[in-house]
Design a binder for this molecule. Structure first.
Ligand code: SAM
Length: 243
Protein backbone atom coordinates (compact mmCIF):
# COMPACT_ATOMS: atom_id res chain seq x y z
CA UNK A 1 0.00 0.00 0.00
CA UNK A 2 1.16 3.54 -0.71
CA UNK A 3 0.30 6.74 1.15
CA UNK A 4 1.02 10.16 -0.37
CA UNK A 5 0.73 13.18 1.90
CA UNK A 6 0.42 16.79 0.75
CA UNK A 7 1.49 19.31 3.38
CA UNK A 8 3.10 22.71 3.78
CA UNK A 9 5.14 21.31 6.70
CA UNK A 10 6.86 18.15 5.41
CA UNK A 11 9.42 18.24 8.23
CA UNK A 12 6.68 17.46 10.78
CA UNK A 13 6.54 13.91 9.48
CA UNK A 14 10.24 13.29 9.98
CA UNK A 15 10.64 10.97 12.93
CA UNK A 16 7.02 9.98 13.31
CA UNK A 17 7.17 7.45 10.49
CA UNK A 18 10.68 6.27 11.36
CA UNK A 19 9.88 4.18 14.42
CA UNK A 20 8.15 0.98 15.42
CA UNK A 21 5.47 -0.69 13.36
CA UNK A 22 5.39 1.93 10.59
CA UNK A 23 9.14 1.76 10.10
CA UNK A 24 9.05 -2.05 10.02
CA UNK A 25 6.16 -2.02 7.51
CA UNK A 26 8.15 0.32 5.24
CA UNK A 27 11.28 -1.81 5.55
CA UNK A 28 9.23 -4.93 4.73
CA UNK A 29 7.84 -3.07 1.68
CA UNK A 30 4.26 -3.51 2.88
CA UNK A 31 3.97 0.25 2.94
CA UNK A 32 5.44 3.25 1.11
CA UNK A 33 4.97 6.82 2.33
CA UNK A 34 5.67 9.81 0.07
CA UNK A 35 5.55 13.27 1.62
CA UNK A 36 5.01 16.17 -0.82
CA UNK A 37 5.70 19.81 -0.06
CA UNK A 38 2.78 21.82 -1.44
CA UNK A 39 5.11 24.75 -2.07
CA UNK A 40 6.85 22.67 -4.78
CA UNK A 41 3.64 23.02 -6.78
CA UNK A 42 3.46 26.82 -6.65
CA UNK A 43 4.38 28.91 -9.70
CA UNK A 44 5.14 32.29 -8.09
CA UNK A 45 8.38 33.64 -6.68
CA UNK A 46 7.16 33.58 -3.07
CA UNK A 47 5.67 30.06 -3.21
CA UNK A 48 2.33 31.32 -1.93
CA UNK A 49 -0.12 28.62 -0.85
CA UNK A 50 -2.79 30.81 0.78
CA UNK A 51 -4.81 33.94 0.10
CA UNK A 52 -7.57 36.05 1.65
CA UNK A 53 -11.12 34.67 1.54
CA UNK A 54 -13.58 36.03 -1.02
CA UNK A 55 -16.44 37.72 0.80
CA UNK A 56 -14.16 38.81 3.65
CA UNK A 57 -13.85 37.31 7.09
CA UNK A 58 -11.08 36.08 9.30
CA UNK A 59 -8.12 33.93 8.31
CA UNK A 60 -6.61 32.72 5.08
CA UNK A 61 -7.66 30.00 2.64
CA UNK A 62 -5.41 27.52 0.81
CA UNK A 63 -5.30 28.46 -2.87
CA UNK A 64 -6.67 26.03 -5.46
CA UNK A 65 -3.85 26.13 -8.06
CA UNK A 66 -1.05 24.43 -6.07
CA UNK A 67 -3.48 21.81 -4.76
CA UNK A 68 -4.90 21.02 -8.21
CA UNK A 69 -1.37 20.71 -9.61
CA UNK A 70 -0.13 18.55 -6.72
CA UNK A 71 -3.12 16.17 -6.68
CA UNK A 72 -3.09 15.76 -10.47
CA UNK A 73 0.67 15.16 -10.58
CA UNK A 74 0.57 12.59 -7.77
CA UNK A 75 -2.44 10.66 -9.08
CA UNK A 76 -1.88 10.85 -12.85
CA UNK A 77 -0.35 7.35 -13.01
CA UNK A 78 -2.85 5.99 -10.44
CA UNK A 79 -6.35 7.34 -11.17
CA UNK A 80 -7.88 4.85 -8.69
CA UNK A 81 -6.19 6.71 -5.80
CA UNK A 82 -8.51 7.57 -2.92
CA UNK A 83 -8.08 11.31 -2.40
CA UNK A 84 -8.73 12.13 1.25
CA UNK A 85 -9.01 15.59 2.76
CA UNK A 86 -8.43 15.68 6.51
CA UNK A 87 -11.16 17.96 7.81
CA UNK A 88 -13.14 18.46 11.02
CA UNK A 89 -16.21 18.43 8.75
CA UNK A 90 -15.51 14.93 7.45
CA UNK A 91 -16.82 11.45 8.21
CA UNK A 92 -15.58 10.35 11.62
CA UNK A 93 -12.49 8.16 11.26
CA UNK A 94 -12.87 4.88 13.16
CA UNK A 95 -11.66 1.27 13.10
CA UNK A 96 -14.06 0.06 10.33
CA UNK A 97 -12.99 3.02 8.20
CA UNK A 98 -9.32 2.21 8.89
CA UNK A 99 -10.03 -1.35 7.72
CA UNK A 100 -11.71 0.04 4.56
CA UNK A 101 -8.67 2.19 3.77
CA UNK A 102 -6.33 -0.74 4.38
CA UNK A 103 -7.92 -2.39 1.30
CA UNK A 104 -6.82 0.48 -0.96
CA UNK A 105 -3.59 0.39 -2.94
CA UNK A 106 -3.12 4.14 -2.99
CA UNK A 107 -4.39 6.81 -0.58
CA UNK A 108 -3.53 10.48 -0.90
CA UNK A 109 -3.93 12.55 2.28
CA UNK A 110 -4.31 16.32 2.00
CA UNK A 111 -3.41 18.31 5.10
CA UNK A 112 -5.29 21.58 5.35
CA UNK A 113 -4.08 24.65 7.25
CA UNK A 114 -5.51 28.12 7.96
CA UNK A 115 -9.32 28.24 7.51
CA UNK A 116 -9.15 25.24 5.20
CA UNK A 117 -8.85 24.74 1.45
CA UNK A 118 -10.64 26.31 -1.52
CA UNK A 119 -13.96 24.45 -1.91
CA UNK A 120 -13.37 23.87 -5.65
CA UNK A 121 -10.65 21.39 -4.72
CA UNK A 122 -13.07 19.53 -2.43
CA UNK A 123 -15.83 19.46 -5.03
CA UNK A 124 -13.69 18.34 -7.95
CA UNK A 125 -10.79 16.25 -6.68
CA UNK A 126 -11.52 14.97 -3.18
CA UNK A 127 -13.23 11.59 -2.81
CA UNK A 128 -13.47 11.46 1.01
CA UNK A 129 -13.35 13.99 3.85
CA UNK A 130 -12.19 12.42 7.12
CA UNK A 131 -12.25 13.83 10.63
CA UNK A 132 -10.37 12.35 13.58
CA UNK A 133 -12.82 13.83 16.08
CA UNK A 134 -15.21 16.64 16.88
CA UNK A 135 -12.61 19.27 17.69
CA UNK A 136 -10.59 21.66 15.55
CA UNK A 137 -6.83 21.28 15.17
CA UNK A 138 -4.48 23.76 13.52
CA UNK A 139 -3.65 21.49 10.61
CA UNK A 140 -4.24 18.14 8.97
CA UNK A 141 -0.75 16.79 9.68
CA UNK A 142 -1.54 15.14 13.03
CA UNK A 143 -4.77 13.63 11.63
CA UNK A 144 -2.75 12.29 8.65
CA UNK A 145 -0.34 10.62 11.08
CA UNK A 146 -3.30 9.10 12.94
CA UNK A 147 -4.75 7.68 9.73
CA UNK A 148 -1.42 6.25 8.51
CA UNK A 149 -0.75 4.63 11.89
CA UNK A 150 -4.22 3.09 12.31
CA UNK A 151 -4.27 1.76 8.74
CA UNK A 152 -0.72 0.38 8.87
CA UNK A 153 -1.59 -1.80 11.88
CA UNK A 154 -4.21 -3.49 9.71
CA UNK A 155 -1.94 -4.32 6.77
CA UNK A 156 -1.39 -8.08 6.66
CA UNK A 157 2.05 -8.83 8.11
CA UNK A 158 2.56 -5.38 9.67
CA UNK A 159 2.17 -6.59 13.24
CA UNK A 160 4.43 -9.26 14.69
CA UNK A 161 1.44 -11.33 15.71
CA UNK A 162 -1.54 -11.32 13.34
CA UNK A 163 -3.96 -11.71 16.23
CA UNK A 164 -3.05 -8.51 17.96
CA UNK A 165 -5.01 -6.29 15.54
CA UNK A 166 -8.04 -8.61 15.71
CA UNK A 167 -8.18 -8.42 19.51
CA UNK A 168 -7.61 -4.64 19.65
CA UNK A 169 -10.41 -2.40 20.89
CA UNK A 170 -13.21 -1.79 18.32
CA UNK A 171 -12.21 -4.70 16.03
CA UNK A 172 -14.85 -6.95 17.58
CA UNK A 173 -17.12 -4.01 18.39
CA UNK A 174 -15.99 -4.02 22.05
CA UNK A 175 -13.03 -2.55 23.91
CA UNK A 176 -9.98 -4.71 24.52
CA UNK A 177 -9.73 -6.84 27.69
CA UNK A 178 -7.20 -5.92 30.44
CA UNK A 179 -3.60 -7.06 30.03
CA UNK A 180 -1.08 -8.11 32.71
CA UNK A 181 2.56 -9.17 32.60
CA UNK A 182 5.25 -10.28 35.07
CA UNK A 183 5.68 -10.05 38.02
CA UNK A 184 2.62 -12.00 39.15
CA UNK A 185 2.50 -9.79 42.24
CA UNK A 186 3.77 -6.22 42.48
CA UNK A 187 3.55 -4.09 45.65
CA UNK A 188 0.99 -6.51 47.00
CA UNK A 189 -1.08 -6.25 43.80
CA UNK A 190 -1.70 -9.72 42.33
CA UNK A 191 -2.72 -10.40 38.74
CA UNK A 192 -6.09 -12.20 38.40
CA UNK A 193 -5.54 -15.84 39.33
CA UNK A 194 -7.35 -17.20 36.28
CA UNK A 195 -4.56 -15.88 34.04
CA UNK A 196 -2.05 -18.13 35.82
CA UNK A 197 -4.29 -21.20 35.63
CA UNK A 198 -3.31 -22.37 32.15
CA UNK A 199 -7.01 -23.05 31.34
CA UNK A 200 -7.27 -21.47 27.91
CA UNK A 201 -11.04 -21.78 27.54
CA UNK A 202 -11.64 -20.27 30.99
CA UNK A 203 -9.15 -17.46 30.27
CA UNK A 204 -10.88 -16.72 26.96
CA UNK A 205 -14.28 -16.54 28.74
CA UNK A 206 -12.85 -14.28 31.46
CA UNK A 207 -11.38 -11.96 28.80
CA UNK A 208 -14.70 -11.74 26.96
CA UNK A 209 -16.47 -10.87 30.22
CA UNK A 210 -13.87 -8.22 31.09
CA UNK A 211 -14.08 -6.73 27.59
CA UNK A 212 -17.85 -6.47 27.92
CA UNK A 213 -17.63 -4.98 31.46
CA UNK A 214 -15.09 -2.37 30.33
CA UNK A 215 -17.16 -1.48 27.26
CA UNK A 216 -20.34 -1.10 29.30
CA UNK A 217 -18.48 1.07 31.81
CA UNK A 218 -16.51 3.29 29.40
CA UNK A 219 -18.29 3.12 26.04
CA UNK A 220 -21.88 1.87 26.48
CA UNK A 221 -22.69 3.42 23.09
CA UNK A 222 -20.65 0.65 21.39
CA UNK A 223 -22.84 -2.07 22.90
CA UNK A 224 -25.95 -0.13 21.92
CA UNK A 225 -24.67 0.24 18.36
CA UNK A 226 -24.10 -3.52 18.16
CA UNK A 227 -27.62 -4.22 19.42
CA UNK A 228 -29.05 -1.81 16.87
CA UNK A 229 -27.07 -3.50 14.11
CA UNK A 230 -28.26 -6.95 15.24
CA UNK A 231 -31.84 -5.69 15.34
CA UNK A 232 -31.47 -4.29 11.82
CA UNK A 233 -30.08 -7.61 10.56
CA UNK A 234 -32.98 -9.53 12.13
CA UNK A 235 -35.52 -7.11 10.66
CA UNK A 236 -33.89 -7.43 7.23
CA UNK A 237 -33.95 -11.25 7.46
CA UNK A 238 -37.66 -11.08 8.36
CA UNK A 239 -38.37 -8.86 5.33
CA UNK A 240 -36.40 -11.18 3.03
CA UNK A 241 -38.41 -14.17 4.30
CA UNK A 242 -41.72 -12.44 3.45
CA UNK A 243 -40.65 -11.84 -0.18
N1 SAM B 1 -12.34 26.41 9.39
C1 SAM B 1 -12.33 24.98 9.48
C2 SAM B 1 -13.63 24.50 10.08
O1 SAM B 1 -14.12 25.12 11.02
O2 SAM B 1 -14.17 23.46 9.64
C3 SAM B 1 -11.19 24.48 10.35
C4 SAM B 1 -9.86 24.62 9.71
S1 SAM B 1 -8.56 23.93 10.71
C5 SAM B 1 -8.03 25.31 11.64
C6 SAM B 1 -7.23 23.72 9.57
C7 SAM B 1 -7.06 22.32 9.02
O3 SAM B 1 -6.78 21.41 10.08
C8 SAM B 1 -8.24 21.72 8.30
O4 SAM B 1 -8.32 22.15 6.97
C9 SAM B 1 -7.97 20.24 8.40
O5 SAM B 1 -7.10 19.80 7.38
C10 SAM B 1 -7.24 20.12 9.74
N2 SAM B 1 -8.11 19.65 10.84
C11 SAM B 1 -8.50 20.37 11.91
N3 SAM B 1 -9.25 19.64 12.74
C12 SAM B 1 -9.35 18.40 12.20
C13 SAM B 1 -10.01 17.20 12.57
N4 SAM B 1 -10.74 17.12 13.68
N5 SAM B 1 -9.90 16.12 11.77
C14 SAM B 1 -9.18 16.18 10.62
N6 SAM B 1 -8.55 17.31 10.21
C15 SAM B 1 -8.62 18.40 10.97
Amino acid sequence: MRFDVITIFPEIFRGVFEFGIIRRAVEAQLLAIHIHDLRDYTADRHHMVDDRPFGGGAGMVMKPEPLFRAIEAITHDAPQTRVVLLSPQGRLFNQPLAAELAQDERVLLICGRYEGIDERVVENLVSDELSIGDYVLSGGEIPAMVVVDAVTRLLPGALGCEDSAAQDSFSSGLLDYPHYTRPAEYRGLPVPEILLSGHHAAIEKWRQQKAMEKTLRCRPDLVEAQHNQKAEEILKDKKDLKR
